[in-house]
Design a protein around this ligand. Structure first.
Ligand SMILES: [Zn+2]
Length: 230
């Protein structure tokens, strides 16, 4: 595998062989349909930005040796396209199956059990969010719907494949409406989640998040971010 001696892109040293390596990978990833000439101009920088927009909150147009962008670029080139393309768009609109696939395996299995439990009780559970991108997370932050820039919903493998440690589950008839509370949906969700070893957001005092379940403790958030290459 190619390696970089120094950074490529915006404000970087842009050594000719490093630029050729980055351009070649961008080309294999389908992001740069030009000649790998070793000259880091606007087209190369635009291609780097395009790659970064899929997974970074603040794209900087720069590929650092062994950095998150480099890891992502190598993975995208290896599979002949950006991983983000198949996982792009509004993840709240994905099918239930795709939302399940976007979760890490332990959480996925528990969410399936919770959905079954709730259906047996006459509810109509629906996964609203499994994984979501950090770009969507940023929008939710600006709207005041979350207090963190990185959440367990943003968990991913270093190559960018979704690997969420959180899911939001609602009843399709009520969403976050009052009926969900009065009909006991949140209580039933919390009970089932905890019975299956998950953390339920309805137990939080400072920021009660009744639809939210997660497979890790809040104290593991920073580690999850690092593991995600973010
Ligand atoms: Zn959530």
């Amino acid at each position: 595998m190619a390696t970089l001696q120094s950074a490529v892109g915006e404000g970087a040293p842009n050594r000719n062989p490093d630029v050729v390596a980055v351009q070649t990978l961008l080309k294999q990833a389908g992001l740069y349909p030009f000649k790998a000439d070793g000259d880091c101009g606007p087209k190369t920088k635009a291609a780097i930005l395009k790659l970064q927009k899929g997974f970074l909150t603040h794209p900087d147009g720069r590929v650092d040796p062994n950095g998150a962008t480099w890891t992502r670029l190598v993975a995208a080139a290896a599979q002949g396209g950006t991983i983000t393309s198949e996982w792009s768009g509004d993840s709240s609109r994905w099918t239930q199956d795709k939302k399940l696939l976007s979760m890490e395996p332990f959480l996925r299995a528990r969410v399936v059990m919770i959905v079954t439990d709730l259906k047996l009780q006459g509810f109509q559970p629906k996964i609203f969010f499994g994984w979501r991108s950090v770009a969507v997370q940023e929008q939710l932050f600006k709207q005041g719907n979350t207090k963190v820039h990185f959440s367990f919903h943003n968990g991913q493998k270093p190559d960018g494949t979704p690997n969420a440690y959180a899911a939001d589950i609602v009843d399709s008839r009520w969403g976050w409406g009052d009926e969900a509370e009065t009909n006991g949906f949140w209580a039933a969700l919390g009970k089932s989640a905890k019975a299956h070893g998950l953390v339920w957001g309805g137990d939080w005092v400072t920021f009660k998040d009744v639809a939210h379940v997660q497979s890790r403790q809040n104290s593991e958030l920073a580690a999850t971010k690092t593991e995600s290459g973010l």
